[in-house]
Unconditional design. Structure first.
Length: 436
């Protein structure tokens, strides 16, 4: 991670009272007790919900008034996050309320429906990761006979696992009705996907499963400790929990999502897991298309680790804040670099959505949007065109690559030699350049 020297815009740690009268921990409704007003002091007291430490760092805002959820919806609410200096946990300064969450995950939330082929490929990628990681972490293959998945989406991953492991039982829970309906259309399905939340069915699933799995769900949980506790209680004797979620030890785009309640460092996940009665056997940072995510393998254990006492995560907090600050610079940096020259934007996925929220002028200024296979004639009222054709008919054009940095080298290489000048938005930001 690039380090930056002192800057005038450096974020300041949230001020706290002399003594911390609170301990950490999530309350049952997902709120954490971090808003206690200290007597004689008008400032709020913030406490890390994972480890109970006070004085987290308040992170820079990527945009003064807007933020975005995972499905691309832009909200009139700034992204105010904080980072614990002791355990590295990232969290909202003002916790999301259950009603905020319910509004985000209405039936409009249909991430997995975008492209069935991509959904299946993604599922296979994660299944491979689970197989390989288990061998590395356990020294043997994971061969459960029954699996329950929380937040199963369209069920593509569970279906893959049911076949490759020849499962006796594969049950998934999914809150979004459209995803459940999509799962129901699968021919000869071996996995069952039910609508609802697993905690509501605990009496039925408790103690029954050799493996409880969740992929990119824990970071959304209003109460991750309760989520992991339900995961543990679903296990049969000798069972394991596998959690895949964004790797919070690295400052990257996962910080930009409003509905990411938690950014887990390895240590903060260990703290929250321990509170839920789970022990981390080990974890692995994933690579390739899963880069930026981490797989953690856990099993039940009553022993809680000591709360961290030193500020070993100061540099992570600073890196996160620099990253978010970097996003706030993209619009102005682009204006200067582009200097009124016309440009098109390559990419129409998640990264473009992030730019719509945090660098709106850059997206508004694009003459056209380019992808390999346009899905409509227009996008945001601009022409949506085939990238190769555009590059060959517009020599010397400027293309702004709205792609995740993990895809940037391949995209840049592809258009090199086409005559087009391709540039990534991170190059417009003094803080983000080095991330490419
Ligand atoms: Zn902490």
């Amino acid at each position: 991670m690039a380090s930056h020297g002192h800057k005038s815009n450096e974020p300041s740690p949230v001020r706290v009272g002399e003594t911390s009268r609170r301990v950490g921990g999530f309350t049952p409704d997902g709120h954490w007790p971090n808003m206690e007003v200290v007597e004689g002091d008008s400032l709020n007291e913030f406490v890390c919900p994972a480890c109970g430490a006070g004085a987290p760092m308040r992170l820079a805002l990527p945009h003064p008034s807007l933020s975005m959820t995972s499905d691309g919806a832009i909200l009139n609410r700034p992204l105010e996050k904080a980072s614990c200096l002791r355990c590295g946990h990232g969290f909202h300064v003002t916790p999301l309320r259950p009603e905020d969450r319910d509004a985000m995950y209405s039936d409009g939330y249909d991430l997995g429906l975008v492209d069935p082929a991509a959904d299946a490929a993604r599922a296979q990628g994660y299944a491979d990761c689970i197989d390989e990681s288990a061998v590395t972490l356990l020294g043997r293959a994971l061969r459960p006979r029954s699996v329950v998945e929380f937040g199963a989406g369209t069920g593509a991953l569970l279906e893959d696992l049911a076949r490759r492991w020849q499962l006796r039982e594969a049950l998934g829970f999914e809150a979004a009705s459209q995803l459940v309906a999509s799962a129901g259309q699968r021919d000869q399905a071996q996995a069952t996907i039910r609508q609802g939340y697993a905690e509501e069915a605990l009496g039925e699933i408790g103690g029954r499963y050799d493996l409880c799995l969740s992929v990119n769900v824990l970071e959304h949980a209003l109460n991750p400790e309760a989520f992991l506790s339900v995961s543990r209680r679903a296990l049969s004797d000798g069972g394991h929990v596998v959690v895949i979620c964004p790797d919070g030890d690295v400052a990257d785009t996962e910080l930009l999502f409003l509905d990411h309640v938690s950014s887990f460092s390895q240590l903060s996940l260990r703290m929250v897991a321990a509170a839920a009665g789970l022990h981390v056997i080990g974890s692995i940072a994933l690579r390739g298309q899963q880069k930026g995510f981490r797989l953690t393998l856990l099993n039940p254990d009553a022993n809680a680790p000591q709360a961290p006492t030193d500020i070993q995560y100061l540099s992570l907090a600073q890196a996160r804040s620099d990253f978010l600050k970097g996003w706030s610079e993209i619009d102005d940096g682009a204006l200067e670099w582009l200097n009124n020259r016309p440009y098109a934007m390559f990419g129409a996925g998640e990264f473009r959505n992030l730019l719509r929220a945090y660098a709106p002028q850059l997206v508004k200024g694009a003459e056209a949007f380019l992808t390999d296979e346009p899905l409509a004639a227009t996008l945001d009222d601009r022409p949506w065109l085939r990238a190769n054709e555009y590059a060959s008919t517009h020599p010397r054009t400027i293309m702004v690559a709205a792609v995740n940095p993990r895809s940037w080298p391949a995209v840049a290489g592809r258009f090199r030699g086409s005559g087009a000048q391709i540039v990534h938005p991170y190059l417009f930001s003094s803080f983000l350049k080095e991330q490419l």
